[in-house]
Design a protein around this ligand. Structure first.
Ligand SMILES: NC(=O)c1ccc[n+]([C@@H]2O[C@H](COP(=O)([O-])OP(=O)(O)OC[C@H]3O[C@@H](n4cnc5c(N)ncnc54)[C@H](O)[C@@H]3O)[C@@H](O)[C@H]2O)c1
Length: 415
């Protein structure tokens, strides 16, 4: 395999994770360029990945205006900033790894698909869940036939109360006008995954959901607009003091704490909570995305599935029950229980994490998608890409349809 040269458009959380794969596997890939407007992040990327200064840009547009300087580009800008760079880099002939969602509007997703096909480039959407060892094991069990035909699926996404507060009440994905609706932002992975597992396109959907809890009218009497000033803070599970300040004081700079500061100090966390969006009361934010949603779907092959996304739980792995004509499977990302109707016995399969372990994120999916994408670019063989353009477009269309159903209170046709 020849070494793949990577450019990163958007050196934020995701851009950094994907670039780290190249650093870990210098024989397979090398980060040769970055575009990132925030100085701290741009410098961090340049230093961490030894990117030559002439290839360090403030904006993806500058990178795209240069003669093609890498084999592939990873587009990891925010949700509403995927379309333009994707079209520009596709027209330049770059292989593209595009963060989900493809775009925030259905017509833009279709336009991306058209341009990718017209340029005949290597392309994958970062539906990382498809690539985990766990998913591949579930797929192989289904393919082996031991479950018979898959007839129905129940799938639960446990966003978690603190994750919801961080990302979808205080953070980047809280307001649909600034990003995209919740089902697309958080659960497009799950709708895509269900389509992959059932191996049939989604035909019809219906959905319900709303913003039930994180509303102004639920603010406790006497609560302040910022947690640092709040008399009710001690009794509030969503308190920014509990999510950010206490962990930092204990030396625990987990992903949520890291997301609100650059240098890791308690003073920086205090400043962020005092002045920034993450110190706000969860009942006094400009959030409007739902905090719970259900989707019912019928697949083209007649199978059905239901999906639940909820904020009101501990953040943990998705739990899925797959019901077949000869057996059932219960999976939680780490362990699979397979019950066989013939033998009436349950087999338990423990999943190990691939390449780099749990730290690599999303059950190993972040690094696994990089491994397969790099392999595809290097060998010019698309077979390792599990999230290609047509399936990704279909699953995005299903997500848009589910949201239309939620808003219009009807059943929506997908295909
Ligand atoms: N696949 C997954 O599991 C997964 C998980 C989380 C997030 N995401 C998606 O990944 C994307 C990035 O998320 P993130 O958490 O890294 O966000 P982020 O905000 O940390 O990173 C985005 C970066 O893009 C930069 N940017 C803004 N304008 C730019 C420009 N003109 N040129 C170049 N860069 C520019 C921002 O400064 C920021 O650093 C989002 O679309 C998000 O929905 C995917």
């Amino acid at each position: 395999m020849s070494k793949v040269r990577l450019a990163i458009a958007g050196g934020g959380g995701r851009g950094f994770v994907y670039a780290s794969y190249a650093k870990k596997h210098p024989d397979l890939a090398e980060v040769v360029a970055v575009a990132e407007p925030l100085e701290y992040r741009r410098n961090k990327m340049a230093k961490e990945f030894s990117i030559p200064s002439q290839n360090v840009f403030c904006d993806w547009k500058e990178l795209a205006s240069m003669p093609k300087l890498a084999d592939a580009v990873i587009i990891a800008t925010q949700d509403s900033m995927h379309v333009e760079p994707c079209l520009a880099f596709a027209n330049k002939g770059y292989a593209i790894l595009l963060e989900k969602p493809m775009a925030t509007k259905e017509e833009d997703c279709k336009m991306i698909a058209d341009v990718v096909k017209a340029n005949n480039i290597m392309f994958a959407v970062c539906h990382v869940m498809r690539y985990t060892d766990y998913t591949q094991k579930v797929k192989s069990i289904i393919k082996s036939g031991v479950l018979g035909d898959v007839v129905s699926v129940q799938h639960l996404e446990q966003v978690g109360f603190a994750h919801q507060a961080h990302s979808f009440v205080r953070g980047s994905w809280r307001n649909q006008n600034e990003c995209v609706f919740m089902l697309m932002a958080k659960s497009c992975h799950d709708i895509d995954w269900l389509q992959y597992i059932v191996a049939s396109p989604i035909k019809k959907v219906s959905s319900f959901g709303n913003l039930k809890h994180f509303r102004k009218e639920n603010k406790p009497v006497g609560a302040a607009n910022r947690c640092l000033d709040c008399l009710c803070e001690k009794n509030c599970p969503y308190s920014a003091v509990k999510i950010y300040l206490k962990p930092a004081q204990e030396g625990n700079y987990d992903w949520q704490v890291r997301a609100i500061i650059n240098e890791h100090t308690v003073e920086n966390v205090m400043t962020a909570l005092r002045n920034g969006p993450f110190g706000r009361c969860v009942y006094a934010c400009d959030n409007d995305v739902v905090d719970h949603q259900v989707v019912a779907m019928e697949f083209d092959n007649g199978s059905t599935a239901n999906f639940t996304m909820t904020a009101f739980c501990e953040q943990t792995d998705r739990v899925t029950r797959i019901f077949g004509t000869r057996g059932q499977l219960i999976g939680d990302g780490n362990k699979i229980l397979h019950y066989d109707f013939l033998t009436r016995k349950t087999e338990c399969i423990e999943i190990g994490f691939s390449d780099g372990g749990i730290d690599t994120g999303h059950g190993g999916g972040d690094y696994a998608i990089m491994r397969e994408f790099i392999k595809a670019v290097s060998t010019k063989d698309t077979s390792s890409i599990l999230s290609g353009i047509d399936e990704s477009l279909n699953s995005h269309i299903a997500v848009f349809a589910a949201e239309k159903s939620r808003l219009n209170q009807n059943v929506e046709k997908v295909i």
